[in-house]
Design a protein around this ligand. Structure first.
Ligand code: ADP
Ligand code: MG
Length: 583
């Protein structure tokens, strides 16, 4: 043996703590140290002369350093670091050093990692053995109970309850639930409350029992996650929901939610008082089914607008009540959007009964009308009585004197009768519901008609009418005769305002969605304090005026959804602006 050693090309290899195999230049095993024998599980006589490939089947002979598999008969294949170098310079031998890749160390490292991980999570993680003693508790457990987490190890819940009396009820509860989990034999979830100065902390706890091969209790894994915030926000949500529900249930307005098809998902009880249906009767019915046929089109438009994300306020329509009558209501609606897609998924509506309000408004309108009629009647009586008194006087005169030489009175009498006739005619326009034919008309034609009609009268007063009516004005929906009447009234006023002659400019042009007609004169003008009286019945500053022209004009333009604005500068002239919508 000693001789052999001295003859060895690498005598010191047996002193090395690494596994060393001496190879011939063609990678055949020549010598092994005891560490190599231990590692490979083979002796030198078994391997001498064989290729190293019988131990390292995947060895790449061209590389000096590599990690490869060491196969063996007596042990599982093992990962090894291999280092092969020439021995000396004659390239006769090579030294092969084998070092196991430290898997054990890696396991320990992985365990360290896991422990580190469990220590950074804000969750309770504990492992108990079959007797209920802790074998592991993470850092959070210690913080939770104000007790070093390493001190949990080896102790049962009962012992911990004695050591930390403040939490005794918690540990007692754990003992109870642990036992339940063992007996149940599978994962169980429970809620645990841990007292804290700021109120109970609530944990969602998972407990997993692990049994050994014989079915005995081995380990209990406990994982607890704090859900205090979720629970309280859930409670708050429920609280606010019940508050809103309370509001909805007690509101006199109908509060309802609908899906995108209009089906009712929720209806507040007010529907019973308003329409006579119970909420249950309406649920999952389409709201449209209750709409008045005439409101259908507008309602569908509103619905589309809501689905596009628009809000609707004060939409007025009629709803059918249980006895078949329709009630006027007013709804304010909004689409609820899906947070992620932004599309409207639900519609919420607040619907209010307005039939009483409408009745009151109607009454007001009627009484308003009545007062105007009353006012008119009084004025008419007054206006007509004067000429009538005159006429009566003449007739009494004729009666007392016999019918002699009354020629000279006829002129005056006719004048008075004419005046009565004029008043009656203008009043009739106001009062009589004439057949109104709405047609599309060219406003320029109407103005030309009126100008032709009044031109002669204008020239008598030395007044010239100049028109600038613009090109390509759209046709408008109107009652032709009524608009003619307005233009006649206004142009006549303009002529009458210029007793010494002048020019009347009539312009018309498109102004956005309106047609604007301006009649501008160079007449006497209207003092500011009189401006607000314009349009009042019988307000006239003319000796033979009726004071009905402007009033009639205002009424007609209003009925055409238009507007009259009068601007005047005393001594300079007046501009009357009529604006009519193009539809
Ligand atoms: P009338 O012409 O019969 O007096 P209107 O209602 O047409 O009744 O007009 C009322 C009053 O408004 C007129 O009496 C006049 O004082 C004033 N007015 C109307 N148009 C003009 C105008 N273009 N220039 C000056 N005053 C006007
Ligand atoms: Mg007039």
């Amino acid at each position: 043996m000693g001789n052999e050693l001295t003859r060895s090309p690498m005598p010191f290899m047996h002193q090395l703590s690494d596994a060393v195999i001496l190879l011939t230049h063609d990678f055949c095993i020549h010598e092994m140290n005891s560490e190599a024998v231990k590692m490979t599980g083979c002796t030198l006589p078994e391997l001498k002369g064989l290729s190293i490939s019988c131990l390292l089947p995947d060895l790449n002979k061209k590389r000096n350093e590599q990690q490869t598999i060491l196969s063996g008969d007596t042990h599982d294949p093992m990962l090894v670091d291999v280092n092969i170098d020439d021995l000396g310079t004659d390239e006769k031998y090579k030294v092969c050093i084998l070092k196991p890749v430290k898997t054990e160390a890696t396991d320990a490292f992985q365990e360290d990692l896991l422990v580190a991980l469990t220590n950074i999570v804000p969750d309770f993680i504990g492992i108990k053995d079959g007797d209920g003693k802790f074998v592991y508790a993470n850092k959070f457990s210690g913080e939770m109970f104000g007790y070093p987490h390493t001190e949990f190890v080896g102790k049962t819940d009962a012992e911990l309850g004695r050591l930390i009396p403040y939490f005794k009820p918690v540990f007692d509860y754990c003992i109870e639930t642990d036992e339940g989990v063992w007996q149940g034999g599978k994962l169980q979830r429970c809620v645990e409350k841990i007292p804290a100065s700021s109120g109970d902390r609530i944990f969602d706890v998972y407990k997993i029992p692990v049994f050994d091969d014989e079915g005995s209790r081995k380990n209990l894994l406990v994982f607890g996650r704090e859900i205090t915030d979720q629970v309280s926000s859930h409670e708050k949500l429920q609280e606010s929901e019940s508050r809103y529900r309370l509001l909805a249930e007690n509101s006199t307005d109908i509060i309802s939610t609908h899906n995108v098809e209009g089906e009712m998902l929720y209806v507040s009880p007010a529907c019973e008082q308003l329409l006579g249906y119970t909420p249950q009767e309406l649920l999952s019915k389409k709201a449209f089914a209750l709409f008045h046929p005439s409101d259908m089109r507008a309602s569908l438009q509103v619905h589309e607008q809501l689905l596009r994300g628009g809000d609707i306020s004060n939409f007025q329509f009629r709803l059918k009540s249980v006895n078949g009558e329709y009630r006027w209501v007013e709804a304010t609606c909004r689409g609820i959007k899906d947070e992620t897609t932004g599309t409207v998924i639900e519609i919420i509506a607040v619907t209010r009964d307005i039939s009483e309000r409408l009745e009151a408004e109607e009454l007001l309108r009627k009484s308003d009308k009545l007062s105007i009629v009353g006012q008119l009647a009084a004025s008419v009586a007054h206006e007509i009585r004067n000429p009538l008194t005159a006429l009566k006087g003449f007739i009494q005169l004729f009666q007392s004197k016999g019918i002699v030489d009354c020629e000279k009175y006829y002129g005056i009498m006719l004048d008075e009768l004419n005046r009565i006739e004029q008043i009656i005619t203008e009043l009739l326009i106001l009062a009589k519901p004439q057949s109104k034919k709405v047609e599309k008309k060219d406003i320029k034609e109407l103005i030309h008609y009126v100008v032709d009609l009044l031109d002669r009268q204008a020239l008598v007063h030395n007044v010239h009418i100049v028109c600038d009516l613009g090109e390509n004005l759209p046709l408008i929906d109107c009652v032709e005769n009524e608009l003619k009447q307005v233009f006649i009234n206004l142009v006549k006023n303009a002529i009458e305002a210029m007793p010494d002659g002048g020019i009347i400019h009539i312009d018309s042009k498109r102004q956005g969605r309106n047609i604007e007609i301006i009649i501008q004169d160079q007449g006497c003008g209207i003092p500011p304090e009189s401006l607000k009286k314009l349009g009042e019945p019988f307000y006239s500053t003319k000796e033979k005026g009726t004071g009905l022209g402007l009033m009639t004009s205002y009424k007609i333009i209003q009925e055409h959804n238009g507007e009259i604005i009068i601007e005047s500068h005393p001594g300079k002239g007046t501009a009357v602006k009529i604006s009519l919508p193009i539809r």
